[in-house]
Design a protein around this ligand. Structure first.
Ligand code: ADP
Ligand code: MG
Length: 675
């Protein structure tokens, strides 16, 4: 048997000190690490189409002969491109091939030479185009299924592929020691490790490749589940004194509405966590999951009330300053009625106020401190801190959560997630937490109507927004933060597609100010400083600003019940969970609300995803659908899933695998413990 972990990459032929350094930086030290650096994707370069049935706007492989000599040309904005044409057959239409900034290829493509081109095929009035395709001389093409690796600074996908092939050619796949326990592999019919690794890097058959991925995903999930199980066991042992039982009547009276039965259930679960007289009594570790608008804040308030009544302190941490401020206002007005103090600490709290807050934290008076991550930036001692709540949890990393928890005297923790997560995934991501679910919305909410429109109907939509504003309402216009890549700009210019449909928030605000004058149009984006953001948000809350143009910074938590329209530009650029969050900003009052997705996308997948959103308003169902479509790794979007670092699992479309891995892990642990 060979132990890949004992084979340093320095021992591979062709790995010099520079390559070694690059690999080390990416966390690759041994052949084991290298073979677990999986392809990002695979390209199917089988030349299976004739030009006239080749799908447009998708990547295809075409074998073609160069029919005109390459020459350097300029785009309307003066960028240099290399262009020539090629034909599949003598009498088939020419395909214009263009390379951006790669004029050194001038002598590569001789008239009459044959190549396999692989790239996105597009068609415009002036004919077929392929931009910056990959190309191989037809006499020396590689396999039809080509693994593509994420490049590492100086190492291109090709170079990585070569290195991996060198390693694989020196070993026998049957000699690679398997890392999964035998019984687990057999019960789940999984491919042996060696075979799976070979198939990943040198794919021979699509079905085998699927089996190989399945095996490796399973292993990641299995390892993760093992860690999660162990975590759960360790947390089980944290024993704390329970809080005294509290009469909740004054709290419910002050709340101003009757809690839904889901809220009541969650509140009594929390009461049980905090005050039960079971011996020994464990600290609360609870995840509160609820769809947007399901009323998580009131549930958090109940937990805080219990702590305050016990003369203890509570922290609640929000991911943005806007949201922290909003919580501060909600909680101040509630708890002042009940005779407790509420303080706010964010990045823009002055040094003087900070000092005051610090002084109060060491006294034995009960209080609630609301804040952003500024809460854990200093390490003032806090007296009797026994409850820590984090709102919109998926935006904080595990480390931040733990750092905050470490400041508590008694570590009762409530985590509120704004994104509904399918239960299996929640158990996995929030291993070791008990879960309460708010699966009911407060009464009197009207269903939001969601529509999907092309850009050509934008002006009609503005007419509609105008009517809503005249009826006293307000609107959001959301734009994704996008920049076109050079290739995208070039494609548009050369193929004469005209102006880009991508719209930045700044441009949008400018044009809406003209379109909607004299109504006030505000602009909010993440690059603004906090005081400016607050001012803009406040003007919208007061109803002075009629239209708020924004990036996704308004995605979490913001509550302006008078806003009844949300238009989302380039809606196809957002994940479904994100669209659902955004849409949750409207329909918060008693008036009918509309959400309008604008997209110029023609992609079938993008349109059917958006179409699903127009029909479904249940966050949990949307989450299941999104999970099935994109797998757990992509679920939160790349920027958010710091908690789930599974290189392969993002390829998984199969949650049943997750369940199986979790079961296998707990059986495995039970077995090893019995020994
Ligand atoms: P989320 O779960 O998205 O954080 P919030 O806690 O912000 O939701 O609640 C959304 C809105 O619903 C708030 O204006 C809140 O006052 C109101 N609300 C919450 N619970 C109820 C209820 N049981 N009855 C009526 N309104 C409620
Ligand atoms: Mg909330």
């Amino acid at each position: 048997m060979i132990d890949l972990k004992n084979m340093p990459i320095g021992s591979i032929k062709g790995v010099g000190s520079k390559t070694k350094e690059t690999l080390n930086k990416a966390g690759i030290f041994t052949c084991h690490d290298l073979l677990h650096f999986y392809p990002r994707t695979y390209e199917d370069r089988t030349p299976r189409y004739l030009l006239h049935d080749a799908p447009l706007d998708t990547k295809v492989a075409l074998v073609m002969r160069v029919v005109s000599s390459p020459r350097v040309a300029y785009t309307p904005t003066g960028k240099r491109i290399l262009r020539f044409s090629a034909r599949q057959r003598e009498n088939s239409p020419a395909v214009h091939i263009a390379f951006f900034n790669q004029t050194y290829l001038l002598n590569t493509f001789r008239v009459g030479s044959d190549w396999r081109f692989y790239g996105r095929l597009t068609k415009s009035q002036s004919g077929y185009y392929m931009f910056s395709p990959t190309f191989e001389p037809i006499l020396s093409v590689s396999a039809d299924t080509v693994p593509i690796y994420s490049p590492l600074t100086s190492l291109s996908s090709n170079k990585i592929s070569k290195l991996i092939k060198t390693v694989l050619s020196s070993i026998d796949k049957n000699e690679i020691e398997d890392t999964l326990p035998d019984f687990v592999r057999q019960e789940n019919a999984l491919m042996p490790l060696g075979e799976a690794l070979f198939e990943m890097h040198l794919p021979t058959d699509p079905r085998l490749l699927e089996k190989a991925k399945e095996r490796l995903i399973f292993e990641e999930l299995f390892d993760f589940s093992l860690r999660a199980e162990r975590l759960r066991k360790r947390e089980d042992t944290e024993i704390v004194p329970p809080m005294a039982k509290t009469d909740m009547t004054p709290f419910f009276n002050a709340l101003g509405f009757v809690p839904t039965s889901a809220q009541k259930r969650a509140i009594s679960e929390i009461e049980e966590d905090l005050t039960s007289s079971t011996h020994p009594h464990r600290a609360m570790r609870r995840l509160l999951q609820g769809d947007v608008g399901s009323g998580k804040t009131a549930v958090a308030a109940a937990a805080i009330f219990i702590a305050l009544k016990n003369r203890e302190k509570a922290f609640i941490m929000a991911p943005t300053e806007i949201l922290a401020k909003q919580h501060f206002e909600t909680f101040s007005s509630l708890f002042e009625k009940l005779g407790f103090e509420v303080l706010l600490l964010t990045g823009s709290t002055s040094a003087k106020e900070r000092k005051l807050i610090k002084e109060k934290l060491v006294l034995n008076t009960p209080l609630l401190l609301v804040g952003t991550h500024a809460l854990f930036e200093d390490d003032t001692e806090v007296r009797d801190l026994t409850l820590i709540i984090t709102d919109e949890q998926h935006r904080f990393g595990v480390n931040q959560r733990e750092k905050l928890l470490s400041r508590a005297t008694v570590r009762n923790s409530l985590v509120m997630s704004a994104t509904p997560i399918p239960r299996t995934l929640a158990m996995f991501l929030y291993a070791g937490l008990d879960i309460s679910i708010l699966d009911e919305l407060p009464p009197g909410r009207q269903e939001i109507s969601t529509l999907l429109i092309p850009p050509s109907k934008r002006e009609r939509m503005y007419g509609f927004i105008e009517k809503e504003i005249e009826a006293g309402h307000q609107a959001y216009v959301v734009c994704p933060l996008v920049e076109e890549s050079d290739d995208e700009i070039l494609e548009r210019e050369v193929s004469g597609e005209g102006k880009s449909e991508l719209i930045s928030a700044t441009d949008m605000a400018e044009s809406l100010r003209v379109r909607f004058a004299p109504h006030k149009v505000g602009l909010l984006h993440g690059k603004m400083k906090s005081p400016e953001k607050n001012e803009i948000m406040e003007s919208f809350i007061r109803g002075e600003t009629k239209i708020l143009v924004s990036t996704t910074v308004i995605e979490v938590g913001v509550n302006v019940p008078n806003a009844t329209v949300m238009a989302i530009e380039n809606a196809d650029r957002f994940g479904l969970a994100q669209l659902h969050q955004l849409r949750g900003r409207i329909g918060r009052g008693s008036d009918k609300s509309w959400c309008i997705f604008i997209t110029s996308s023609k992609s079938h997948d993008a349109l059917s995803r958006l179409d699903y959103m127009t029909k479904c308003s249940d966050g949990f169902k949307i989450a299941e659908y999104d999970l099935e479509l994109r797998g757990p790794g992509d679920f939160f979007g790349s920027r958010q899933h710091g908690e789930l670092q599974l290189p392969l699992a993002s390829m998984s479309r199969d949650t049943t695998l997750l369940k199986k891995a979790m079961e296998a892990a707990s059986v495995f642990l039970a077995k090893t413990e019995m020994k």
